[in-house]
Design a binder for this molecule. Structure first.
Ligand SMILES: NC(=O)c1ccc[n+]([C@@H]2O[C@H](COP(=O)([O-])OP(=O)(O)OC[C@H]3O[C@@H](n4cnc5c(N)ncnc54)[C@H](O)[C@@H]3O)[C@@H](O)[C@H]2O)c1
Length: 456
């Protein structure tokens, strides 16, 4: 079976490499010439653990290739997956489907023999029907069910553990109402069926909505624990224990109950927004999701405010702070909607001097020029340090924004000893990921989330 992946970003590249590993012939297409050139030179344009070797393996076995030529690769394919971006549309927050529709038009021109076109991108309910309509408009002679079918197959992988998530998913969701397409999709996922992965067949609108409902619910869980953290701080409670006490209830579960400076990344912010828009458009507003979106936006602003309040108490003329971690979560280079995108500009605007270290963004590293493409407009206004140790040296405060493992091992005594200690104050460590235990810290002002402040 031949698969063409249209779009070779996080999802297209990871799923393409994984399908090649399953033994299928996969061609990954992208209209970004530089990306295809890099991939053909064996360079992986994104950071994802294990991806480089998986791609190399697929290429070596001649099961994985990369091209800009969509037309040729679609002509030969049995399954064409659309894995292009669906960012928030500027102005109204709806999912921008222009890339999906453009891909559908291009695919339509090249269909040659029965082909299943699969929407793998996260797309609002009704998109698969629109893709069908586009194909019929472009190629009126093609008959649905004979020459082509459209199926929905949303992707649930997480950046940072994408390969594991694809190879051992909790479930696979497939939306189709046609037996031929269903058989083809079943063949595609047979390796997962063999390891007893639940494969849920449903209709297209349900498959499309499952993805948004799942992300909306996870975003809600994050925002819920974040608000519980605020409550814990006022009530003298400990959010870590609270999360444990809640999560041990099987009906709730422990995952996604980690307190944070707000969710970010390439999915939750845009998907919650798109879910809210769809619900409003269909006359059934999801007011819970609306509240989650607002709470998360406010959370990032509150976090910046919290840092500023602490610094102001110290009356330092030009405070210098070390920021450890700027990506939206560890094990990814993705900066989309990261809390750092709100917190750092706010600190800079109030005259704070910021030094940054992230295991994937540090002094002179070759990723720094790409920050601008990820919505970072402050890269030239901060200093990038070569290491965490250099970053924290003689600062007025250390602020942890991303829970990279590397930071868990930093010697707390070293932080305490290098930080500035203004008269009447203790060295200031602000940990927005609760990576340390309060009883490990001594001789510092340690601020974490949802737990009492430590002073001493
Ligand atoms: N990133 C994730 O963790 C994740 C997880 C699950 C689902 N998704 C969803 O998957 C979709 C893709 O996300 P992503 O993070 O991989 O996006 P991405 O921005 O990393 O990659 C999209 C790629 O598609 C290419 N492209 C756009 N139009 C094209 C066209 N007409 N022909 C060929 N290539 C084209 C772009 O050049 C880009 O390389 C989105 O809908 C997203 O919501 C993402």
């Amino acid at each position: 079976m031949k698969i063409t992946m249209v779009g070779s970003g996080y999802v297209g590249l990871v799923t393409g490499a994984c399908f090649a590993e399953f033994g299928f012939d996969v061609t990954c297409v992208d209209k970004d010439k530089r990306k295809i050139k890099a991939l053909n030179q064996g360079k992986i344009p994104i950071y994802e653990p294990g991806l480089e070797s998986l791609v190399a393996q697929g290429v070596k076995n001649k099961r994985l290739s990369f091209t800009e030529d969509l037309i040729h690769s679609v002509k030969d394919a049995n399954v064409v997956m659309i894995a292009v971006g669906t960012p928030s549309r500027r102005g109204d927050g709806h999912a921008d489907l222009s890339y999906v529709y453009e891909a559908a038009r291009e695919i339509a021109t090249a269909i040659n023999g029965y082909t299943v076109i699969v929407t793998k991108s996260t797309v609002p309910v009704g998109t698969s029907e629109e893709v069908t309509a586009i194909i019929k408009r472009e190629r009126p002679e093609l008959v649905e069910g004979v020459d082509f079918d459209v199926a929905s197959n949303p992707e649930f992988l997480r950046e940072g553990s994408a390969i594991q998530d694809f190879m051992r998913p909790d479930r696979v969701v497939i939306g189709t109402d046609n037996q031929k397409a269903r058989d083809m999709m079943q063949r595609l996922y047979r390796p997962l069926y063999l390891i007893e992965t639940p494969i849920l067949f449903t209709n297209k609108p349900t498959a499309e909505l499952i993805k948004y409902a799942a992300n909306g619910f996870l975003a809600l869980k994050i925002s819920f624990i974040n608000q519980m953290a605020d409550l814990c701080e006022q009530a003298g409670a400990d959010v870590q224990e609270l999360a444990k006490g809640m999560g041990l209830d099987n009906r709730i579960g422990r995952k996604f109950l980690n307190v944070s400076p707000g969710y970010g990344g390439s999915c939750f912010p845009k998907d919650t927004l798109a879910l809210s828009k769809t619900a409003h458009d269909l006359g059934t507003p999801c007011t819970i999701i609306d509240a989650v979106i607002e709470a998360n936006k406010q959370r990032k602003i509150n976090m910046a405010q919290r840092i500023l309040t602490k610094l102001n108490e110290r009356s330092i003329a030009k405070p210098r702070v070390a920021i450890l971690g700027i990506t939206f979560k560890p094990n990814t280079d993705d900066m989309r909607d990261a809390a750092s995108l709100v917190i750092i500009p706010e600190l800079l605007s109030k005259g704070v001097d910021v030094t940054v270290y992230d295991p994937l963004y540090f002094k002179d590293c070759d990723r720094l020029p790409h920050l601008a493409m990820q919505g970072v407009d402050w890269a030239d206004r901060v200093t990038f340090a070569p290491s965490a140790r250099d970053c924290i040296k003689e600062m007025d405060a250390v602020i942890i924004l991303t829970e990279w493992n590397e930071f868990r091992g930093i010697n707390l005594g070293e932080i305490r000893d290098t930080l500035a200690t203004p008269a009447g104050h203790l060295p200031l460590l602000i940990d927005f990921r609760n990576i340390y235990k309060p009883n490990e810290v001594s001789g510092m002002c340690y601020i974490s989330l949802g737990r009492p402040e430590v002073n001493g």
